[in-house]
Design a binder for this molecule. Structure first.
Ligand code: UT7
Length: 351
């Protein structure tokens, strides 16, 4: 049986560690609220000028080192992000250039929080059909550009103006979302090999009805011009989210799709050794764990330290879980995620 194996993993974060308390410098929020509602304690943001493809490069280099491969051995790049450096082109080609590769294909995936799982499925198809030999799959995000505040120095604890009362009120309008996100990138290097180990199967879904429960209203070609001064003044360039609706979707569809991928591959949920879910909210993941009746030792969460890094959460968690000895050869690992689109899905790996 030809199966796709994960040969190496790696991740990097934005340069600035921002604890919950620091966020209270720029908006009305508190460490207690953020911890209680989301489980998040801190996140990282990039320095101005660092982009998604820069973080992707850092993660790619680490994953290649971990795999013991040279960048020149990569013959396909798959790059998942919802925060690309530019409207176009996507980050795949930018990463190819930064890695100094030749004309290897570079595909961009835009499935938001499920981007890494869709990326795994596409990479697996490319590898097992012989169209690629070594795929570099990256999930990376710089959410800093979505943030409504301008007082970055003050946030980072450097000399700089604090927000006025009016500015703080503006920043606080978006606080339900902005406290959740962080900047980071994760990468994996994939190759197919004969044997029992590797990716066993996938189940992915999309549902465009109700997409407005999580989307960016402007900066799109449904309007002319695609971004206006009014958009910026009214914050339509910042994601809009019906948090409770997304929460409910996540806690119902993630367990469902885990059950589906297990059933389709002839394994029981109780056979799973580790569940690595997208890190959007610790409360969501705790509910998913309860629904699947999995004990704590079979679940890995790290949102406390990174926040929601969208396409990067799963490869970062996988890298940390591997380094913590939580992914042993032969174990059964399940990845699951749900996000804007809406897209959701799960993948099974025999490590
Ligand atoms: O990757 C997928 C992306 N998104 C998700 O998965 C998000 C899923 N949803 C969630 O995680 C939760 O809905 C949130 C964490 C976003 C919000 O939690 P919630 O329990 O749904 O809170 P809420 O938005 O209903 O707000 C409850 C209260 C409100 O005050 P009142 O009206 O009760 O007085 C908010 O104004 O909490 C207030 N609030 C805050 N207070 C302090 C909202 N955000 C904050 C904040 N700090 N950051």
């Amino acid at each position: 049986m030809l199966r796709t194996r994960i040969l190496g993993t790696g991740f990097v974060t934005g340069e600035h560690l921002v604890k919950n308390e620091a966020l209270a410098r720029v908006m009305d929020t508190s460490d207690a609220w953020i911890r209680e509602r989301s489980g998040i304690e801190q996140r990282y943001f990039v320095e101005a000028g660092t982009s998604t493809s820069d973080l992707g490069l850092g993660a790619a280099r680490k994953a290649l080192d971990d795999a013991g491969l040279k960048a020149s051995e990569v013959d396909y790049i798959v790059f998942a992000t919802m925060t690309p450096d530019h409207f176009f082109p996507g980050c795949g080609a930018l990463l190819q250039n930064k890695l100094g590769l030749g004309h290897v294909p570079a595909l961009d995936i835009r499935q938001q929080c499920t981007g890494f799982i869709y990326g795994l499925q596409v990479s697996d198809a490319l590898l097992r059909s012989g169209q690629a030999q070594t795929v570099l799959l990256v999930g990376a995000e710089v959410h800093a550009g979505f943030m409504p505040w301008t007082q970055w120095d003050h946030l980072f604890g450097r000399p700089g103006p604090a927000p006025t009362a009016e500015e703080k009120a503006w920043n606080s309008k978006f606080r339900d979302r902005t406290v959740l996100f962080g900047d980071a990138a994760g990468a994996v290097v994939l190759r197919a090999a004969e044997g029992e180990r590797g990716l066993l199967g996938f189940k992915v879904h999309s549902d465009g009805t109700g997409f407005e429960a999580l989307y960016v209203p402007s900066c799109g070609f449904a309007q002319r011009p695609y971004v206006t001064a009014g958009d910026l003044a009214e914050g339509r360039h910042i994601p809009q989210m019906n948090g409770k609706h997304v929460f409910k979707l996540a806690v119902t569809r993630m367990p469902q799709v885990v059950r589906e991928v297990c059933a389709a591959n002839g394994v029981q949920v109780r056979d799973l050794d580790l569940l690595i879910a997208h890190q959007a909210n610790l409360r969501i993941n705790e509910a998913v764990q309860r629904a699947l009746e999995l004990p704590d030792e079979k679940v890995f969460n790290n949102i406390q330290r990174y926040g929601n890094t969208t396409a990067a959460t799963i490869p970062i968690a996988l890298d940390e879980a591997r380094r913590a000895g939580r992914v042993k050869e032969g174990q059964l690992v399940c990845f699951v995620g749900l996000g804007a689109g809406f897209h959701w899905g799960a993948a099974l790996l025999r490590a």
